[in-house]
Design a protein around this ligand. Sequence first.
Ligand SMILES: NC(=O)c1ccc[n+]([C@@H]2O[C@H](COP(=O)([O-])OP(=O)(O)OC[C@H]3O[C@@H](n4cnc5c(N)ncnc54)[C@H](OP(=O)(O)O)[C@@H]3O)[C@@H](O)[C@H]2O)c1
Length: 236
Amino acid sequence: MNPSTVALVTGANKGIGFEIARQLGEQNIEVLLGARDPERGNAAALQLRNEGLNVDFFHLDLEDPATIHSAAERIQSAYGRLDILVNNAGILNDRGLLPSELTEAALRQNFEINFFGPWLLTSALLPLLKASEHPRIVNQSSILASLTSIGKMDGWITPGYTAAKTALNAMTVLFAKELKHGKVNSAHPGYVETDMTGPDAPLTPAQGAATAVWLATLEADGPTGGFFNEKKPLAW
Ligand SMILES: NC(=O)c1ccc[n+]([C@@H]2O[C@H](COP(=O)([O-])OP(=O)(O)OC[C@H]3O[C@@H](n4cnc5c(N)ncnc54)[C@H](OP(=O)(O)O)[C@@H]3O)[C@@H](O)[C@H]2O)c1
């Protein structure tokens, strides 16, 4: 990868996002580490800089459009383009609830962070991505957004999360059509041990980062407008 490649990763202060930031940094990519909390974001960026990586904290709260616009302005004035956007930040606030048990507030918050935030951020950054020679967008989705899979799954029910991540998958297909010279894909990281899941999950965040990192660094003949886990396509 070209050493001047610039990548923005959202929700990168911990979990899978932090590992995506680290693995992109290890490929000599300049990483803009997005986080909603400046203290946690600065601490994470400092940790990666101490590992010798080129990482800078960017304040990005997907529920606060002002942070989206100031991040876009800062990237415009510092770089004039963006090569990689990883929409990784997300929440899961409805595990085990039936659709009829979900409160309106929880449903709206799911859509705010898992769908509207990534859509608004991607739209704000699209002129910068269009200015890149090889732009890549990765939307961190979930197998729980595969309509083909969830009907057959027992045990996991996350109605608002599933609906919002399904909308995020629609966004992947739509932005892939708009960003014609780039690659726009959805990733499922696997079942990964983070604050979102807990100790039963079998994969480490470093293992979970691999699919998004692969999609963020796809070669010119790579896929676009798809949904992947471990380099294999998933059914929508
Ligand atoms: N873990 C899994 O097995 C799994 C499976 C499928 C998909 N995923 C997806 O992978 C992504 C990362 O999840 P994770 O497991 O690493 O979870 P995590 O450890 O809980 O990390 C979530 C990240 O999103 C950030 N975030 C939450 N709300 C935000 C907001 N309003 N604005 C900006 N950032 C916000 C969090 O920031 P704070 O630290 O400030 O809260 C944190 O950095 C999510 O999109 C998730 O849906 C995970």
